[in-house]
Write a protein that binds this ligand. Structure first.
Ligand SMILES: N[C@@H](CCC[C@H](N)C(=O)O)C(=O)O
Length: 326
């Protein structure tokens, strides 16, 4: 079975293209495979944050992307992953701008040049957006949560919740808090499968405003834990940044979003109908071509796996060095 190891902001995935000969896999085995291949200790080449499964898309799209988290759970969306799938399909179909089918929407993607020599970038649409509790799987006894203290979560932080369409809980915090333990402690609780507030879990992000138009986002992801970055979280955080800090940033303005794995740009848009959507623009790095035996992988045996590095990771690390050190 062939995979491409990819990442967006070092939020890394294995792309599985089921349209290639001999690559069809059952849903149950796909989820079992994710738990094995993504394991950071025993998985393939350091594991990953999930699997991006490609199948044929319906009319008007070049393919369908499913998102399987490292724990085997399925998510409705993956922003960093969508950019890498866009690059994969752009190369496969010789197209630069098209739509990809996702769980709730066909989303626009397009090539966006290079963020740095050898670091190709793609622009991915992030939508649909909803603030409704039912769309978030949120049980707080209210329909929306916008910039509000929730004593059950924390005595002083102010939280917002938005689905893009996967669920995100966001708080704007100071530097000490963004690097502290509070994020992991709260997110572990809200993803324990027992809490009454988010029974299906939620991606939790703390955001630090670095300068007008520049934010840092740290995320603890549902189904994964801490990741280097989360594209939908950075997009959702950008939306809340525009809505809550309108004196610093406006709709249609390009926002710089730093994360532990690198940097992306976002733009928040609003349709005439009033609904929002975001552009998530960032790297789509292909790290290696991979080949494993499925039965061995399902048994957690990667001793015979073939790993052919592309050489792109060195360029991505040079990009991160420039971005973080100037
Ligand atoms: N890291 C992804 C999000 C993957 C799904 C998320 N963990 C969830 O369960 O909603 C991204 O880049 O958006």
């Amino acid at each position: 079975m062939e995979f491409v190891k990819v990442h967006g902001s070092n939020n890394d995935f294995f792309i599985l293209d089921e349209e290639l000969p001999g690559q069809k896999i059952s849903d149950q085995k796909l989820r079992q495979l994710a738990q094995k291949i993504c394991d950071r200790q025993t998985g393939l080449h350091g594991g990953a944050d999930g699997i991006l499964d490609i199948t044929a898309g319906h009319v008007g799209t070049q393919g369908r992307m499913r998102v399987i988290n490292a724990d085997g759970s399925e998510a409705s969306m993956c922003g960093n992953g969508l950019r890498t799938v866009a690059r994969y399909l752009a190369q496969k179909k010789a197209q630069d701008e098209f739509k990809i089918q996702t769980m709730y929407a066909d989303l626009d993607v397009k090539a966006a040049g290079e963020f740095y020599p050898g670091v190709p970038a793609y622009d991915a649409e992030i939508s649909p957006v909803s603030f409704k509790a039912e769309d978030l799987g949120m049980h707080l006894g209210q329909d929306k949560l916008i910039d509000q203290v929730v004593p059950e979560f924390d005595p002083e932080l102010r939280f917002s919740a938005v689905a893009v369409p996967n669920p995100h809980l966001i708080a704007f915090v100071d530097h000490k808090t963004v690097i502290g333990n509070k994020l992991g402690e709260l997110a572990s609780y809200l993803n324990d499968g027992q809490n009454p507030y988010f029974p299906d879990g939620v991606n939790v992000s703390f955001v630090e405003v670095l300068a007008p138009g520049k934010i840092f986002v740290r995320t603890y992801e549902r189904g994964v834990g801490y990741t280097n970055a989360c594209g939908t979280a950075m997009s959702a955080s950008s939306l809340m940044y525009v809505l809550l800090f309108g004196e610093q940033v406006q709709l249609e303005e390009r926002i710089t979003v730093l994360n532990p794995g690198g940097m992306v740009n976002t733009i928040v848009h609003q349709k005439e109908s009033g609904t929002y959507y975001m552009s998530l623009i960032g790297n789509a790095t292909e790290v290696a071509q991979v080949e494993v035996d499925l039965a061995a992988a399902l048994a957690g045996d990667f001793s015979q796996a073939k790993w052919k590095a592309t050489g792109e990771q060195a360029q991505y690390e040079a990009f991160v060095k420039e971005v973080t050190e100037g």
